[in-house]
Design a protein around this ligand. Structure first.
Ligand code: NAD
Length: 495
């Protein structure tokens, strides 16, 4: 590990990743990886969790390609931002910059449920920022991790972006090295271990974590569509999605209607047979399958509850009469089980949510403007969707990330680029004698008059924009020429 990290540091120190042309070449190579290896990647995702082909193509392959194209299109504009607004303390010749400087060597740790997206999307941003990256895919999605480590090095620079495989042991060893940035996706529990390791060198981090994402449904919502949208979100990747709806809060009256529509939606989505449907996946491994069965114990199953250990199959399962103290309400479910908990109204739902850790996503189904306002203002979550689930992750321009226990930082598009660069403020001054005369007031010995002058300048907050300086000078020159030619003419006429 040490040798690989040292080699990556050397590559960064060689300044190879700094030219924009180099970054664009690597990003195009990453795009080619997605395009050329689509079949190998989709096959690996199928092997790992029987991920339906179209789900892999839409979410992991096309989502990744779209992100890279967006970065390639905008990178030039994101690199340097000039700021020419000056205040009275600045000389007209002063130059201001905010420059986007790469951090250096980034450690990128991915998770198994979206083993491509959680590695390759941040990787694209880190490359765009000019960093070197040590890539550590999740060992749990074994087939996908193997495709990444075998095929990705054929596309991108191996010295700048090495791939390391392995699990907690290897990650622990990696974390003993000093990195300039750590980007981690996974559970909140391991997130704390990463944060602690990063604190040793005050390394900045992004932690993309999980948690229990609640849904509140009130009687004003279109309950037929609500049932479909909740179950569509819960059905993706067999419920193994960080922003999957985790549990539903509603009144007993809403629950009674919702259950009927949910039963219809499951029949409609999977042609009456979830198990044989090509559109429904499987649980990643035996450990998670057993964990989910344990959560089902002693629960009142309203819909579903069918399991097959040989295939690690669990059908979409709706639970009622669930109590807040039940084991299923103590951890992120990460599977196709959906408990419903009864509350009397929106206020009680808000109190229930606020009594727990801040979720990664919060879903609200209502047509009531006051309820929307209350949830927006009085709850805190990484993201929030009104009248749908999951769709905010594909909404262009919206950063994706958690808050509190669900994460630190956010990414996607421009936010990914910004994650991997330090915004360095640069002020460049001249030795202009006139300005030096004015500015010499700052030097000791300080007098009451000089102190007053400085305080007055600070209070005045005068902004001298240089944007129109040339126009103003040309205008003054025009006036001077007109006035002098008037007097010259007058003098000549008098003669
Ligand atoms: P995981 O087991 O794949 O672990 C994630 C990474 O951490 C892996 O690379 C693994 O090698 C490493 N790791 C595991 N234990 C470790 C340890 N003790 N020390 C050091 N490294 C260790 O995945 P997981 O943690 O089971 O992931 C599921 C979680 O990820 C869920 O909570 C889910 O909500 C969350 N998630 C979040 C996002 C997001 O974008 N916010 C996306 C996907 C998943």
């Amino acid at each position: 590990m040490k040798t690989i990290v040292a080699k990556t540091e050397k590559s960064f120190d060689s300044a190879r990743t700094l030219p924009i042309a180099f970054r664009k070449k690597q990003l195009s190579a990453l795009l080619n990886f997605f395009e050329n290896e689509e079949n190998a990647l989709c096959d690996a995702l199928y092997t790992d969790m029987r991920r339906p082909y179209f789900e892999s193509k839409i979410f992991e392959i096309e989502g990744g390609k779209r992100e890279i194209r967006h970065i390639l299109k905008n990178l030039d504009n994101w690199i340097d931002v000039h700021n020419n607004e000056k205040n009275i303390t600045n000389n007209c010749k002063d130059v201001f910059f905010i420059t986007s400087e790469p951090y250096g060597v980034v450690l990128l740790i991915g998770t198994w449920n979206y083993p491509l997206m959680t590695i390759l999307m941040p990787l694209a941003g880190a490359i765009a920022g000019g960093n070197c990256v040590v890539i550590k895919p999740s060992e749990v999605a074994e087939a996908t991790s193997s495709v990444i480590s075998r095929l990705l090095p054929k596309y991108i620079d191996n010295d700048c972006y090495p791939v390391i495989t392995g699990g907690p042991k290897e990650t622990t060893e990696l974390l003993q090295n000093r990195f300039d940035y750590i980007f981690y996706t996974g559970s909140s529990q391991v997130g704390k271990i990463i944060y602690e390791a990063a604190s040793k060198y005050l390394t900045p981090v992004t932690l993309e974590l999980g948690g229990k994402s609640p849904v509140y449904v009130d009687k004003t919502a279109n309950l037929k569509l609500t049932a479909k949208r909740i179950l569509w979100g819960k059905g993706q990747n067999c419920g193994q999605v960080c922003i999957a709806p985790d549990y539903v809060l509603c009144t007993p009256e809403v629950q009674a209607k919702l259950l009927g529509f949910m039963e219809d939606a499951i029949k409609e989505f999977y042609n009456g047979s979830v198990k044989t449907s090509k559109d429904f996946g499987r649980i990643i491994n035996q450990r998670h399958f057993d964990r989910l069965l344990k959560l089902l114990k002693n629960q009142n199953i309203a819909i579903g509850g069918h399991t097959d250990a040989a295939e690690r199959f669990i059908s979409p399962t709706i639970l009622i009469d669930v109590r807040p103290e039940d084991p299923i309400m103590q951890e992120e479910i990460f599977g196709p089980l959906l408990p419903i908990i009864n509350v009397r109204n929106a206020q009680e739902a808000i109190d229930f949510i606020n009594a727990r850790e801040k979720p990664l996503a919060l879903y609200l189904f209502t047509n009531d403007g006051n309820v929307k306002k209350d949830f927006m203002e009085r709850t805190s979550s990484g993201g929030m969707v009104i009248n749908d689930t999951i769709m905010h992750i594909v909404a262009d321009g919206l950063p994706f990330g958690g808050v509190g226990n669900s994460g630190i930082g956010a990414y996607k598009g421009k936010y990914t680029f910004d994650t991997f660069v330090h915004k360095k403020s640069v002020l460049s001054k001249s030795f202009n004698p006139l300005q030096e005369k004015i500015e010499s007031v700052k030097y000791p010995p300080m007098t009451p008059a000089s102190a007053k002058f400085i305080v007055d300048v600070a209070k005045s907050n005068i902004v001298i924009s240089t944007r129109y300086l040339t126009h103003a000078l040309m205008f003054a020159l025009g006036v001077a020429v007109t006035v002098s030619s008037y007097y010259i003419n007058k003098k000549l006429n008098e003669k």
